[in-house]
Design a binder for this molecule. Structure first.
Ligand code: HMG
Ligand code: MG
Length: 308
């Protein structure tokens, strides 16, 4: 039953990350054709922002080493108006992405030093220096730039991450010229009060809620509660991964992202529009789970695909 709640946005834009954040963490390398079909199915299910792949060093993320082969196979999806952001850590990545016609990129920074070194082989400030020409060149070319910020709540090596530490790097990413910021709970330790405290402090320091998206992993089962807290704060961009695929190869304790189906179930129940057809999306995740050889961890996928 749909029961609209008060003071929540009427519509949420889902930033689908299954093809990137999900598949980058699979032990098996998924064939390019399967990835291409996955993205086509996600688009057919009504998702309008589908993160497609990463133009990172292929040795660092071998699962996405086929970016050059995959991206051209998605030209029809992009042509139909679906946004296909790709991760780009440096100018080499930008060159590769724009050569193939990418119109949206994402740089990805860290709120903590340990993860910055492990994920980018740089300190936090060296990473920001690496992103600076990437964002500047992208803006000159009218390419949309998302700035991811990882470890916004806790870090597996450093423990809880102070809000002021996160706000400093968030502001630095916005000052570089990022169009939007995605707050990553990379290892899934956030709880709703912490989410609201970070959002409030970001607003206090001049980062508007309209520029902020949230990216929750579901390690402790808090991702939906955290999402609701963010919606109550006015956030309207939520990252999620079809079937709950995901994790992070450089943070072993990270489990999958918030499952898109679980998110859609909650949003539709609250009377919030997403444009997503939950039946088509669930069928896509069941199809992908068969290709990966293991069931989807999404409760909603399991409930909706249960046959008896
Ligand atoms: P590095 O080893 O310091 O690279 O890695 P370098 O700058 O010293 O260059 C070394 C060689 O790599 C050079 O080649 C470069 O050309 C080449 P050589 O001259 O020796 O022949 N190279 C590249 N080749 C292809 N594409 C490139 C590229 N860059 C350099 N883009 C680097 C630095 C950033 C490249 C590396 O650390 C890297 O690729 N890291 C990516 C890690 C990654 O993708 N992690 C997962 C995504 S983040 C995430 O999942 C979190 C998120 O979901 C949010 C959340 O949950 O928190 C977003
Ligand atoms: Mg992630």
């Amino acid at each position: 039953m749909e029961v609209p709640a008060q003071d929540l946005p009427p519509r949420v834009r889902i930033h689908e990350v299954g093809a990137r954040d999900g598949l980058q963490n699979e032990k098996t390398v998924v064939p390019t054709e399967v990835k291409a079909e996955f993205v086509h199915r996600l688009a057919a299910a009504g998702l309008t922002t589908i993160e497609a792949t990463s133009f990172v060093h292929p040795k660092w993320v071998p699962q996405l080493a086929d970016a050059e082969q995959l991206f051209p196979q998605l030209a029809d999806v992009q042509g139909a108006g679906v946004a296909l952001p790709v991760l780009v850590p440096n100018e080499r990545g930008l060159d590769r992405a724009v050569a193939l016609g990418a119109r949206r990129i994402a740089v990805f920074g860290s709120a903590t030093e340990t993860f910055a070194r492990r994920n980018l082989n740089r300190t936090v400030d060296e990473s920001l220096a690496m992103f600076e020409p990437v964002v500047a060149r992208a803006k000159d070319d009218k390419v949309h730039v998302r700035g991811y910020l990882s470890m916004c709540f806790g870090d597996p090596w450093e423990g809880p991450v102070p809000v002021h530490q996160v706000v400093r790097v968030a502001k630095a990413l916005m000052d570089l010229g990022c169009d939007e910021l995605s707050l990553g709970d990379t290892i899934g330790v956030a709880t709703p009060g912490h989410v609201q405290a970070l959002l409030a402090q970001l607003n206090e320091e001049g980062v508007p809620t309209s520029a902020i998206g949230v990216h929750f992993h579901d390690t402790y089962g808090q991702a939906l509660a955290n999402t609701l807290a963010a919606l109550q704060h006015g956030v309207t961009t939520v990252d999620a991964s079809a079937g709950g695929l995901g994790g992070c190869p450089y943070a072993k304790s990270a489990t999958g992202n918030l499952a898109t189906e679980d998110l859609v179930w909650m949003l539709h129940g609250l009377g919030i529009e997403t444009g997503v057809d939950l039946g088509l999306l669930t069928a896509t995740s069941v199809w992908m789970a068969e290709r990966l050889g293991r069931p989807s961890p999404s409760r909603t996928v399991r409930a909706l695909s249960h046959k008896e």
